[in-house]
Design a binder for this molecule. Structure first.
Ligand SMILES: *[C@@H]1O[C@H](CO)[C@@H](O)[C@H](O)[C@H]1NC(C)=O
Ligand SMILES: *[C@@H]1O[C@H](CO)[C@@H](O)[C@H](O)[C@H]1NC(C)=O
Length: 204
């Protein structure tokens, strides 16, 4: 009975992702250095342009990276793109924070490499907004233990813009979505017709 309760709780935890507290962003040390290729104010296109990020442990900070097990580099909304958008809100409690929604790369932390480099094609579903890049280090429990970001504390410097996919691509995209919706609808219609035919037969 108790073990069943435990399993149920565990499942609930996994579903809610909130059982291990949620770390406060303000409690994290900034021990990771990170740079991203876009210049301040540069405009990039989703689905077309690439971003190169490089990150590593800041050798001049008085800290140890012993507990770091994984790192995740993400694209994060700048304050100007969060105004009136609750679904992008910054919350100090990281289990509720919505600032960094797009993963650029996630991998095991390798302390032997001083400078990691990764090139990322901006995914098509990245919305038009102003962004910066942040990296988190996680411990073995999956909790954030350190961070680094390409902007300053107030998130005002070194921001860049991403525009949606260009007009031509967008219309193609819309056409293909409509087409698939149409195919599903017609398939469904066909199925209904078949079904009513079958019913008709069984009545006779
Ligand atoms: C963060 O939010 C979660 C979920 O509501 C809560 O369980 C946790 O105690 C919070 N953590 C802190 C440090 O306030
Ligand atoms: C690395 O850490 C030092 C000491 O805290 C700090 O002055 C410097 O700005 C940091 N470098 C980067 C790129 O964050």
């Amino acid at each position: 009975m108790e073990s069943r309760l435990f399993v149920a709780l565990l499942l609930l935890c996994l579903a809610a992702e909130s059982c291990y507290g949620g770390v406060l962003f303000s409690s994290l040390p900034r021990t990771l250095e990170i740079t991203a290729s876009p210049q301040q104010g540069q405009v990039l296109r989703a689905g077309e342009d690439r971003i190169t990020v490089s990150w590593g442990f800041n050798q001049s900070v008085q800290a140890s990276d012993e507990s770091y097990k994984r790192v995740k580099v993400s694209l994060c909304y700048a304050p100007v793109s969060q105004v009136d958008r609750g679904w992008r809100k910054t919350v100090d409690n990281l289990s509720k924070d919505k600032t960094c929604q797009f993963t650029i790369v996630e991998r095991a932390y390798d302390a032997s490499v001083r400078n990691h480099i990764y090139e990322w094609m901006i995914e098509k579903d990245v919305p038009e907004a102003t962004y910066f890049v942040r990296v988190y280090a996680y411990n073995s429990a999956g909790e954030e233990v350190a961070f680094g970001q390409t902007t300053d504390v107030k998130k005002k410097s070194d921001l860049f813009e991403i525009r949606g996919i260009s007009g031509r691509h967008l219309s193609l995209e819309i056409a293909s979505v409509c087409f698939s919706a149409f195919s599903v609808a017609s398939l469904f219609g066909f199925f209904l017709i078949e079904k009513s035919k079958a019913k008709g037969f069984s009545k006779n």
